[in-house]
Design a protein around this ligand. Structure first.
Ligand code: SF4
Length: 350
């Protein structure tokens, strides 16, 4: 029988920027190519947050893609042989990797893989990859007159500073000419003087976004690690129109990657585990930093806020982390917020 760790979370990315926090997962996989142009994975193990925040260790720089499952199986087998079962809080791969060291853990995995799982029934075939790929199809991208599109866009940017801010902050280059990805900020901040909690959407906004995704992004809307939404495939020549419609919905705040683009857990408002409220702190921050030009002057800042040590908002990985803690005082429970400045791991901004 195989004993899994108490939690076992895998994150995968195919981009240079780490948009899935792979270094703080039990297993992180980066899709990479080797010098021969073959596809494979860099394998990272033993990351995690919560009470014991640890950055994962790379145990293999390049794993050929056909060996992915057999190698992951070897990782589990090593955990099964050496992991802790005496204490549920220690029953995590990150605890084992930390105690053995990344190099030793890698040696054990390689030995287990070579001896038991490599080239076995878990080896993936080209047919397996073709079958998986068949579930995905490319959107019906159109071709455009690049010069005409760029010229029209430039006029719109010159004519409207608010649109230019949004374009610069909230849209991202696309691999297909004539398209951009649009990040929809769910950090509206103060709307008509009233704070809108980070990450909240009304039913009317959800309905409207569904319609807009049909109209502008092949009917697809994605949620991000940063608690925002993305229209992944928007025609550049329709950005201005989309921006106007998002503005009407209070969903066009141009604050992506600024201080107010916070990750905020629900805290006391919804979570029974919380030590502190989070959204009242977020509201105070919003009131203090409501000037976009000032936010741009501050530059890219990640502020993550968790209501307890479970760290659902990944406060350890922000430039500024805010954590709700409780401390017993003689008169009862005292609630406090500890502000933790941490070194941002390279992946967070890479
Ligand atoms: S960090 Fe704590 S308070 Fe916040 S959602 Fe997670 S468990 Fe709840």
């Amino acid at each position: 029988m195989l004993f899994l760790p108490r939690k076992f979370k895998i994150a995968v990315i195919g981009t240079e920027a780490d948009r899935a926090a792979t270094q703080v997962h039990d297993v992180g996989l980066h899709v990479v190519t080797n010098d021969a142009g073959e596809l494979g994975f860099e394998v990272i193990v033993g990351g995690g947050l919560g009470r014991t925040p640890i950055i994962g260790k790379t145990i293999r720089k390049f794993l050929p893609r056909e060996h992915l499952l057999s190698y992951l199986d070897a990782i589990l087998r090593v955990y099964n042989l050496h992991g802790r079962r005496d204490n549920k809080y220690k029953a995590r791969i990150k605890i084992l990797v930390d105690s053995l060291g990344g190099d030793q853990f890698a040696k054990l995995v390689e030995a287990e893989w070579e001896a038991h799982t490599k080239d076995g029934p878990l080896t993936l075939t080209d047919d397996n990859f073709d079958t998986a790929a068949s579930y995905f199809s490319m959107p019906d991208y159109q071709s455009f007159d690049a010069l005409a599109v760029q010229s029209e866009l430039q006029q719109q940017l010159n004519a409207d500073k608010d649109f230019a801010n949004w374009y610069n902050q909230n849209t991202v280059a696309h691999k297909v000419d004539g398209y951009r990805a649009v990040v929809i900020s769910l950090k509206a901040g103060l709307v008509d003087g009233r704070y809108v909690p980070s990450g909240d959407l009304s039913d009317a906004q959800m309905d409207a976004l569904a319609d807009l995704s049909d109209r502008y992004s092949f009917g697809e809307l994605r949620g991000t690690y940063q608690q925002n939404l993305v229209f992944a495939d928007v025609q550049t020549n329709e950005l201005y129109e989309l921006w106007q419609q998002l503005s009407d919905l209070h969903l066009a705040r141009a604050n992506i990657n600024t201080l107010t683009d916070m990750i905020v857990c629900p805290g006391w408002d919804y979570c029974s585990l919380a030590n502190a409220t989070t959204h009242n702190i977020a509201e105070q921050i919003e009131k203090q930093f409501d000037d976009l030009d000032y936010l741009y002057d501050l530059g890219d800042i990640r502020l993550n806020m968790s209501g307890c040590m479970n760290a659902c908002a990944h406060h350890h990985t922000g430039d500024i982390g805010i954590l709700g803690v409780d401390k017993k005082a003689s008169t009862g429970i005292r609630l406090a917020l500890a502000v933790t400045l941490v070194m941002t791991p390279n992946w967070a901004k890479s």
